[in-house]
Design a protein around this ligand. Structure first.
Ligand code: NAG
Ligand code: NAG
Length: 396
C-alpha cells in the first residue's frame, strides 16, 4: 500500500493538469505570515521575469530569470523618443501580477501578455511559461491586474492605442484578448512622458470591476464591470474625472470597496468606489517628492507608500488616512518604486540607475500597525537586473 506521502507525490502531476477542477492548493489568501516568492519584470529587449524565493524569515534569496517570450520597452523621456526612461521604464504599478499559482507579465515592446505557472510548490520562484504570449489589441501595455474569481487578466495600455483589454486564462494558459476599450490619451508609441499615462489596472476588492488609473492633465479613474461568464463589459464609467492631482499606482483592499492610490501631488488618496462615483480621502505626506506606488496590508489595516525621490516607507491608516509611521532609510537607494505585501513582510524595488545597483528592500511589519523595520536590502546585480526593471508582485 502506498503511504500518503508517496500517493501525494504520484498524484501531484495529475492534479496540476486538472487544476481548474480544484480550488488552488496555495496562494491567494494572504493569511500566512510569510509569502512564497516575489516577481519583478526585467523589461529588457528580451523580456524576462525575475523571481526570488522568500525564506521562512521573510527575506529573499537568489532565484531565477525566465523569458517571457516577448519584448520590453521604455517610455520616451520628456517626449524624446530617442531617450528611454529608466529607471521607472513603464511609469506604472503592476507590470507583473499574481493570481493563485500563476504569474502574468506585460511585454510593452511586443504588445503581448505572458502567463507563467509556479510549478514547484517547494520553490514558487521556479516559473514555466504557459503557451505563447497572448497578442493584445492595445499598444505599450504597462500594467496587469488578475482575478482568480473570474480567471481573467486585464491589461492597461499607455501607447498610441491606449485603454484596457482583458484576457481569459485557465491552467493551460491565456485565451484571446477582447477588444480594446480605448482611452483618448493623445499618446504615441512609445509614450511621451509629458502627456497622460496609465498608472495601474487592478480588480476591485470583490473582483467584480476592473479599475484603471490615468494620470496627467484631466486624469481619471475608469471602471468596467465584469458581467456573466467572466466577460468584461465594453461600457464603462468614470467614477473620477478631470482629476487635478495624480492617480498613479493603485491597490484594492480585498472584500471592501476601497482603493488606495499613490498621488505624486499630496502623497496618497483612499477612494471608496461604487462604479459611477467615488469619494476621496486625502493622505497628505509632507515632504513627499514622487509618491508613485502604494501597497496595503490586510493584517495591519495600513497602506504603505514609496517615493522615487525620497528614500523612506510611509505607513498610513486605511480608515482615517492618518500617517502612522515614517521609516527613513539610509541604505544607499535614492528612493523606492513598486512594492507589495506578503504576510508580515513588504517588498520594494529600486531598479538601479546604471551606477547604483537595483535592490529589493524587505520590511517586517510583524502584522502590527506602527511596527515597521527594514530587515534586508538584497542586491539584484547577481540576477542580471538592469534599470529597466519594474513591477513587484508576490505569491502569498
Ligand atoms: C511630447 O509632448 C509634449 C507636450 O505636449 C510636446 O511638446 C512634445 O513635442 C511631445 N514629444 C513628441 C516626441 O511627440
Ligand atoms: C544614480 O543616482 C545617484 C544618487 O542619486 C547619482 O549620484 C548618480 O549620478 C546616478 N547615476 C546615473 C547614471 O544617473
Amino acid at each position: 500500500m502506498l503511504s500518503n506521502v508517496a500517493a501525494a507525490v504520484l498524484l501531484a502531476p495529475l492534479l496540476s493538469s486538472v487544476a481548474n477542477a480544484f480550488p488552488p492548493s496555495y496562494g491567494g489568501s494572504g493569511k500566512n505570515s510569510v509569502g512564497k516568492a516575489i516577481y519583478i519584470l526585467g523589461n529588457d529587449a528580451d523580456n524576462t521575469v525575475i523571481s526570488l524565493p522568500i525564506k521562512s524569515d521573510g527575506t529573499v534569496s537568489h532565484g531565477s530569470k525566465t523569458s517571457t517570450g516577448g519584448q520590453g520597452s521604455n517610455i520616451a523621456t520628456n517626449g524624446d523618443t530617442a531617450m528611454s526612461q529608466a529607471p521607472d521604464s513603464l511609469g506604472s504599478q503592476g507590470a507583473v501580477a499574481v493570481s493563485g499559482k500563476y504569474v502574468f507579465a506585460v511585454n510593452a515592446g511586443s504588445n503581448s501578455l505572458s502567463m507563467f505557472e509556479a510549478y514547484d510548490e517547494r520553490d514558487s520562484s521556479k516559473l514555466r511559461l504557459l503557451g505563447k504570449p497572448a497578442h493584445l489589441p492595445g499598444e505599450f501595455p504597462v500594467t496587469v491586474g488578475a482575478s482568480e474569481k473570474h480567471q481573467l487578466a486585464c491589461v492597461g495600455f499607455s501607447g498610441a492605442k491606449a485603454g484596457v483589454s482583458c484576457v481569459p486564462y485557465s491552467g493551460r494558459g491565456l485565451g484571446h484578448a477582447d477588444a480594446l476599450r480605448p482611452f483618448d490619451l493623445g499618446q504615441t508609441t512609445p509614450p511621451n512622458s509629458t502627456l497622460n499615462l496609465v498608472g495601474s489596472t487592478i480588480f476591485s476588492g470583490n473582483e467584480d470591476y476592473v479599475y484603471t488609473t490615468v494620470r496627467g492633465t484631466n486624469g481619471f479613474l475608469s471602471s468596467f464591470p465584469v458581467e456573466f461568464f467572466g466577460k468584461v463589459s465594453e461600457k464603462g464609467a468614470r467614477p473620477i474625472t478631470n482629476f487635478k492631482r495624480t492617480l498613479f499606482g493603485a491597490e484594492s483592499l480585498p472584500g471592501t470597496d476601497k482603493v488606495v492610490v499613490a498621488d505624486t501631488v499630496i502623497g496618497a488618496d483612499i477612494l471608496t468606489v461604487d462604479h459611477q462615483k467615488a469619494s476621496i480621502e486625502e493622505v497628505t505626506i509632507s515632504g513627499q517628492k514622487a509618491t508613485c506606488w502604494v501597497t496595503a496590508s490586510e493584517k495591519t489595516g495600513s497602506g504603505y507608500a514609496t517615493d522615487a525621490g525620497v528614500n523612506r516607507l510611509v505607513e498610513f491608516d486605511l480608515d482615517s488616512g492618518k500617517i502612522i509611521k515614517i521609516l527613513n532609510l539610509n541604505n544607499g537607494n535614492p528612493g523606492m518604486f513598486d512594492a507589495a505585501v506578503a504576510g508580515n513582510y513588504i517588498y520594494a524595488l529600486y531598479a538601479g540607475n546604471g551606477t547604483l545597483p537595483g535592490t529589493v528592500t524587505v520590511f517586517d511589519t510583524k502584522g502590527q500597525k506602527g511596527y515597521l523595520k527594514q530587515v534586508q536590502v538584497y542586491n539584484l546585480e547577481g540576477m542580471g537586473v538592469t534599470p529597466n526593471a519594474i513591477g513587484m508582485a508576490v505569491m502569498a
